[in-house]
Design a protein around this ligand. Structure first.
Ligand code: ASP
Length: 406
């Protein structure tokens, strides 16, 4: 079998088959024996991706920022990226809110009871709970941020470091050459990790199918249908439409080329862990300018989260309807900003959006403990959020690539 794409495709088919068989025969003894093996393989794959994630984000951003020339293209790159990230997120959130408001009467959340869930259990005591704490956690001693994998803080330091490298000083120039070299080394490691991607994807997807608890889905099925509907519309209609209008890429070749990226995002539920795949696919298969990929992809993985933003807004409106609070226009406008801020601040790791939901709910004076309802189903919803988050990063890079002249 030749390409990585094909091998990942086969891994997905095998994972679905194995997952469905094992789900059906849960009592089968072999299941108990195989699950720990799948867990180990899946965890090792994610650990490998996480191992390279922080060096990749740091060296990719510093190398690209320090290489940006002082010209119009560079301005377009950073201004265009931020503009794209913010507008696509606003559209996603507003669309979700319109749909929620339209179908509010059918939500029926009022009947739901919190049954013995431990509401605080998802919150790590070191996790920032308020907007103020979140902002403060962005600025950290770089060694602490790098060692803790605090991605937002790494990004901020990388931006400072990259700008500081843009100097004509001879010593600084030597550091810049070294940074560029280390980045190439990091990419070599990424390419070796990619070789085991099919096995990792196989393990993660089969586990997802075998283990996902579905009872909560039936209870809040209507709400989930609305969320999936908007996520699907955003990912299948809105973002590809932007691609068609603003880039040279054909929709067909986009879907064909992007498959392994989306599958990895789906399987890992982490934009940051998917970054190595996103980077190598856009550079090697789509031939996107490296100045664009190295700047936009790490930044996008960290801050551009359309799926997360729309989900945060949806949950806030759902919780409001459950507790019988009618959010007025002012609160709804505030919610647009809160959902965006909470998703920008969410680290690109599994279920991060669940944790930052607390910020949104408490800012609107809604009961934070209602987050507990969504915990059992978050693994599955996160797969969809993350897939759209990553798709947004890819489409942004393909659009900006059209206008960027290095
Ligand atoms: N898992 C998502 C991501 O990495 C973030 C979230 O919504 O939890 O993009």
């Amino acid at each position: 079998m030749k390409t990585l794409n094909q091998r990942i495709g086969v891994a997905v088919i095998l994972a679905i088959l194995l997952g469905l068989i094992f789900r059906h025969y849960q009592s089968f003894q072999l299941v108990e024996f195989v699950i720990p093996i799948l867990e180990l393989i899946g965890e090792v794959f994610i650990l490998l991706l996480k191992m390279i994630m922080v060096p990749l984000i740091f060296f990719s951003l510093t190398s690209s920022i320090s290489s940006l020339k002082k010209n119009k293209s560079s301005q377009l790159l950073w201004k265009g990226s931020i503009f794209y990230y913010l507008t696509t997120m606003v559209v996603a959130v507003i669309l979700m809110m319109v749909v929620m408001n339209l179908f509010q009467d059918n939500l029926g959340g009022g009947q739901l009871v919190l049954e013995g869930n431990e509401p605080q259990s998802i919150f790590n005591s070191e996790e920032p709970h308020s907007l103020k704490d979140s902002i403060k956690s962005l600025i950290k001693n770089p060694f602490e941020a790098l060692s803790q994998g605090n991605i937002m803080a790494v990004v901020i330091f990388a931006i400072f470091f990259g700008i500081a490298l843009r100097s004509d000083n001879e010593h600084v120039k030597k550091v810049k050459i070294w940074v560029d070299g280390v980045f190439e080394v990091v990419m070599n490691i990424v390419n070796s990790i990619m070789k085991i991607a099919p096995v990792g994807v196989f393990a993660l997807l089969s586990l997802l199918i075998i283990q996902q608890e579905l009872s909560m889905f039936y209870q809040i099925g209507y709400f989930i249908t609305l969320v999936f509907g908007v996520i699907t519309f955003h990912g299948v209609v809105f973002l590809p439409l932007l691609l068609k209008v603003f880039s040279n890429e054909s929709i067909k070749s986009f879907w064909q080329g992007i498959k392994n990226v989306l599958i990895t995002a789906f399987a890992t539920s982490s934009s940051a862990a998917t970054l190595p795949v996103t980077m190598s696919t856009l550079e090697n298969d789509f031939k996107v300018n490296k100045n664009v990929t190295r700047f936009m992809l790490p930044l996008g993985a960290t801050i551009n989260m359309d799926g997360t933003a729309l989900y945060e807004a949806a949950v806030a409106l759902f919780v409001a309807s459950m507790v019988g609070v009618n959010l007025g226009l002012y609160d709804q406008i505030l919610l647009v900003f809160l959902a965006m801020a909470a998703s920008i601040g969410a680290p690109a790791i599994p279920s991060a959006g669940m944790v930052t939901l607390a910020i949104v709910l408490s800012a609107l004076n809604l009961p934070v403990e209602y987050v507990a309802i969504f915990i059992p189903i978050d693994r599955l919803i996160d797969t969809f959020r993350t897939t759209v988050n990553v798709e947004g990063d890819v489409i942004g890079a393909l659009i900006i690539d059209k206008y960027f002249k290095s």
